[in-house]
Structures are given as C-alpha cells and as structure tokens.
Design a protein around this ligand. Structure first.
Ligand code: ADP
Ligand code: MG
Length: 624
C-alpha cells in the first residue's frame, strides 16, 4: 500500500513539474517574441538550465540500466545548443520535450489505471458478525476467519466461503462474464464480484494481498516486466541506433562545423520512442485481456499464442463441463444398490476427480453415510482403492480393475460397450475381487468446444488432438461432436505428459498448446509451449502453472487470446514502420534544409504521438 502511495505521489509531482515547466517556457518564449526588450537572454538561460534537469536524469537512469536512450540524444542536442549560444532554440526544444513528457506520463497513467481499475470496486467498509453483534469494520482490518454479511447490491470485499444463505453473484469483474452464478453454502466467493440478489454470510479465507484480485493485479503488472523477445530486440536496437546517431553527429560536426545542422539531426532522430511504445503495446494488451477474464502470465506469451500450430486438449472438465451426472447404476448378481453406493462413496470420499465429487453429492442426496475406511490409494486418471474392515474395494475404469486382477466377464464387457456407445463414462466397483456393479455418468460437452475447434482451425491451427483417460468408445463420440479427428485414449496422466513431449519433439508440431482444467493435468500443462488453464478463478495452482488462465471456463475466449496475440504483433510491426518513415522523412527534411533546430523539435513532438496512440489501440476491437 505504501509503495503505491509513493508511486502515485511521484507521478503527481512529476506531472506537476512538467506542466509548470511547459507553462514557464511558453510564457517566456511568447514574451520574447512580443516584447523582446523585457526578456533577457539570462531568463532563457535560467529556464533552459532548469529544463535540462529531467533530460539529464533520464539519461543517467538509462546509463545505469546500460541503455542508450533517446534522453541521451536530447541531452546531447541541448548541450550542443547551449554551447552554440542558441538559447531561444534551447528553450523551444525544452518546451517540446517537456510537452512530450507530459504525454508519456499520461499514457503510463492510463496503462496503470487499466491494470488497477479492478481495485476501485472494493468496498471500504464491511459488515462483520462478531459474537452475535453486527459491527462495521474497515476493509483493511478484516482477518481470516471473520464472518462477513453480504447484502444484496454489495460487492464481496474479500475472498471467502459461503457459510449460510444463497445469492446470485455477478462475477464479471473477474471473468468478464456477466450472467450471475448462484452461490450456496460451501461455495467460494471472490472479491470484488457483485451480489445482485439474495444475501450471504461468508467466512473470510483470503484477505488483502493474497486475494484472487490481488493475484490478478500483481500478475498483470508483472506480465509487462517479463519482457517479450521483440521488446528486448527493440530496446537493444534503440541503444545501437542512438549510439550510431551520436557518432554520426560528431563526425558531421567535425566535418562541417555546423552546430545547427547537427542539432537538427539529433532532434529529429530522438523522435518517436519505439523503446516506449513497444513495451506499452504489451502492457495494454495484457491489461485489456484481464478485463475479459483472460489472465496472461507474461508478455512473451502473447508472441507465442499467435503462433500455435497444435492444440492438445484434455477431455473431462475441458471439452466437457466436468460435472458428470449419474444416469444409471447397475449392480450384478443381486448385489444391493445401497451397498454398492455405500462402498462407492467410501472409496471416492477423498478423491478430487469430477466423478468422485458427483458420487459424493449423489450419496448426500440419498442420505447415504460415508463409512470409514483406511488406505485410500488413488491412481490418478484410473481409479481408487480402499480397505473397509477386511474388504478390499476398488473403483475405477475397466482397465484399472483388470490391472488389479479383477475378471470382467464377456456379459459385463458387452454392457460396458453399450454404455460407452451412448457416450457415458463408467466407474466399475469391485469388492474383494468380485465385480459388483457399475455407475454410468453423463458429462455434457461444452457448446463452446465446437466453436473453439472450428475457429482455431480457421485461424491456421493445423492439428487438434484430444487426450483422455477414458475409453476409446467414449472418446470417439466426444471428439466427433467437437470436430476433433485425432485422439489418444486410456491414458494415465504420465502418459499424457509423454505424449506432449513426443509431439513437441516431432519438430513439425512447433508451438504446442495444451488446454486443461488443472485436475490431473498440471504436469502436462507445465511442459507444453503454451499452457491454458480453464476455470482458474479461485485456483491459485492453476493461475500459477498456466501461461494463460481463463478465469471462467468459456473456451471461446481462446481464439480471442490468439487474435490479441496476432494484433499485438501487427501493432509492433506498424510501430517499427512508423519509426522508419518518420526518421527517414525527418532526416531528409534536415538534409534539404527544411528543418532548423526549432522545426526539428516540433517534428519530434508531433511524431511522438503516432506510435504511442497506436500502442493504446491494441485489443480494443476484439470480440471474446
Ligand atoms: P480425462 O482424461 O478425460 O480428463 P481422467 O484421466 O481424469 O479423464 O479419468 C479417466 C477415467 O478414469 C475416468 O473416466 C474414470 O473412469 C477413471 N477415474 C479417474 N479417476 C477416478 C476416480 N477417482 N474414481 C473412479 N474412477 C476414476
Ligand atoms: Mg481431466
């Protein structure tokens, strides 16, 4: 907080200083023209000496970072004009330079505001329930575990878990999606989303700096620091260009002895800061994406995302909703359904798999008690085994049970195939080596999955591959429905990882992107060139692991992110072109004698706007 205040204080002083400087320079120059006898040369000298301070400051800062920046050129130009006794030109050059600085500061502020705009939604005061009383606390005094009352129309002040009540929450500030979501006891709520109707009592789980919001803001502001390749190139390039110009200017001076000519060259060349506008393009792009619930971890991701050639996607929770419903339970050889469910929930009680969550929910509704068990042992992407008393119980896919020595007869095999052909995923249950029944789950395909595949193919993505731990029959059905022709089935998480590694090393598949929901696929996400995590809201693990986190789970935002990457690249190219054109034109004007030092300073000021306005344009027209 303190650093933020200092930062904004610094900004205010800086802008105030430059505005005062512009005003003083403008008045002195006007008076000099209108009433030359009042304004003496010493007045021009004094104001120019003051005005060179920020230029020198910028130069020193650049040298400290081992960068030759455009301030260096400006400083040399000013020193040249001082040496030549061109005090009126010096004042005019300073007027232009400080006006440009105000514009730069304003731009920087706009970019910062874009990043921090989410903060302003946080309510300042919070209603807290303490020992039966309701008290009002300042938001900064909220501690983890505090019980907070969220009335209708109020924004959620801190991240928490609902302990009672029900409400519709508009999460658009984080996800970009404004359709409200119903929250009940046990659900997570996030600052600064809005309670549109209903009321909640929540228990604070994350406060201040640790909240999802703080994480997003930190990540977006750091994203531009982790530089994209092109930004590094641009900075290096400007450095060399500045040095070359300086040497050239000195050479021309030694050759011609014409100070004004050299001065004009320097001023024309320090126009249009690509070193400012290119990083700015990335900052703005990352901030704009975050407004739509797309969190981009670093600027170089924007470069990579536009070049994706191969998409690999997980099935459950990614292409499907990951909220399977039990559609049928079949028990074998007269085994009771109640016992089947009792053992199934006991087995799944500790698992994080979407199927396990469904089973637990289902059992709750049927009032089935979870019996205590020992040694839950989960094979991720395969199934779970436990022991209850002397009973050894296994729940999982057919291959998993067979691997553990359970025999699946041809009658049961036939049944499994029939369910699979309907697109249903299965869990089989074995008690003491006997197959006792199965549960069939339907997990609906996300409508956005089909659009995602179609749009990305239109954008030039060559390969689409679905990976799943599920069986080939279900896999075929799902992949056909979303338009994917290539798929790999019955994979364990380790095999998914191996598959991505193999695909990457094939060479022809450059830039492999992996989309997953973070359940069982964190490792696969980590090794892909571009990792995209779904439904990242509330999941720090997913946000930390992925290059791109979709706060909600709307797959159709992925083509939007690719579009943004492409647009960022285009704007960067345009900035380079603007730079080339303005410099060449400027130099021609100087060499043909059209631009004198004051003209060159004006030219500098005017051409500064072009690349920066271009940078601010990025991402404004993309539909997500
Ligand atoms: P996907 O690759 O489609 O995301 P997973 O690899 O997570 O799916 O799971 C593949 C299959 O393994 C599931 O369809 C299910 O049959 C079985 N399975 C995975 N985890 C469990 C579990 N906790 N309990 C029972 N079966 C499981
Ligand atoms: Mg999965």
């Amino acid at each position: 907080m303190i650093s933020k205040i200092r930062k904004s204080d610094y900004f205010l002083w800086n802008i105030a200083f430059n505005i005062a400087l512009v005003a003083a320079l403008a008045i002195i120059l006007l008076l000099k023209l209108a009433l030359p006898q009042i304004i003496t040369t010493s007045a021009l000298k004094v104001i120019s000496m003051i005005a060179i301070v920020p230029v020198i400051w910028g130069t020193v800062k650049g040298i400290k970072d081992r960068e030759a920046n455009t301030d260096l050129l400006a400083a040399v130009a000013l020193i040249f004009s001082f040496a030549a006794g061109e005090w009126q030109s010096a004042a005019f050059i300073n007027l232009m330079l400080s006006s440009a600085r105000i514009f730069d500061l304003w731009t920087q502020k706009r970019a910062d505001d874009l990043i921090e705009s989410l903060m302003k939604y946080r309510p300042e005061t919070v209603k807290v329930q303490e020992k039966g009383n309701v008290i009002t606390k300042n938001i900064d005094d909220i501690k983890i575990g505090d019980l907070i009352i969220i009335d209708s129309g109020v924004r959620i002040p801190v991240d928490g878990v609902v302990t009672s009540g029900q409400a519709s929450i508009d999460e658009s500030t984080l996800t970009g999606e404004s359709v409200p979501i119903t929250k009940n006891t046990g659900d997570m709520v996030f600052s600064p989303t809005l309670n549109t109707s209903g009321s909640l009592l929540i228990k604070a789980t994350k406060v201040a700096g640790e909240s999802t919001l703080a994480k997003i803001i930190a990540m977006v502001s750091e994203a531009s620091v982790k530089k994209a390749r092109i930004v590094k190139i641009a900075t290096k390039f400007t450095g060399w260009y500045v040095l070359a110009t300086l040497l050239g200017a000195i050479a021309i001076y030694l050759f011609t002895g014409n100070v004004l000519f050299v001065l004009s060259i320097l001023l024309v060349v320090c126009a249009d800061d690509i070193a400012v506008s290119i990083p700015l393009t990335f900052t703005v792009a990352v901030a704009r994406a975050s407004e739509h619930g797309i969190l981009i971890k670093s600027a170089d991701v924007l470069e990579k995302v536009s070049k994706i050639e191969t998409f690999i996607s997980d099935k459950t929770g990614t292409l499907t909703f990951g909220k399977p419903k039990i559609v049928e339970i079949n028990t074998f050889d007269g085994y009771s359904k109640n016992d089947f469910l009792k053992y199934l929930v006991a087995t799944e009680a500790k698992s994080n798999h979407p199927i396990a969550k469904t089973v637990i929910e289902y059992a709750k509704n049927q009032n089935i008690k979870i019996v205590s068990s020992v040694k839950p042992k989960e094979s991720p992407g395969e199934g779970v085994g436990i022991e209850i008393g002397s009973k050894k119980i296994l729940a999982g896919k057919a291959e998993f049970l067979e691997k553990n020595g359970i025999i699946i007869t041809s009658i049961h095999q036939k049944e499994i195939i029939e369910f699979s052909e309907k697109g249903l995923s299965l869990i089989l249950l074995a008690v003491n080596k006997n197959l006792v029944g199965l549960a069939a789950f339907e997990d609906k395909i996300r409508p956005s999955a089909f659009d995602l595949v179609r749009k990305t193919k239109e954008m030039g993505v060559k390969n689409w591959i679905m990976l799943t731990g599920d069986n080939p029959i279900v896999a075929k059905r799902v992949s056909e429905q979303v338009g994917i022709t290539e798929f790999e089935t019955s994979l364990t998480p380790k095999e998914k990882l191996d598959f991505i590694e193999k695909t990457k090393s094939k060479g022809k598949n450059k830039n492999v992107a992996m989309i997953g929901d973070g359940v069982n696929d964190a490792a696969a996400l980590a090794i892909s060139d571009v990792s995209i995590a779904m439904g990242a809201i509330g999941s720090d693990a997913a946000i930390n692991a992925a290059d791109i986190s979709l706060m909600d789970d709307n797959l159709s935002k992925i083509p939007g992110a690719m579009q943004l990457g492409i647009e960022t690249g285009n704007i960067v190219n345009q900035i380079f072109i603007i730079w080339a054109i303005t410099n060449i034109t400027g130099l021609i004007l100087v060499f043909t004698g059209v631009l004198t030092p004051t003209g060159a300073a004006t030219y500098n000021f005017l051409t500064d706007f072009l690349p920066i306005f271009n940078a601010l344009r990025v991402g404004t027209k993309i539909k997500y």
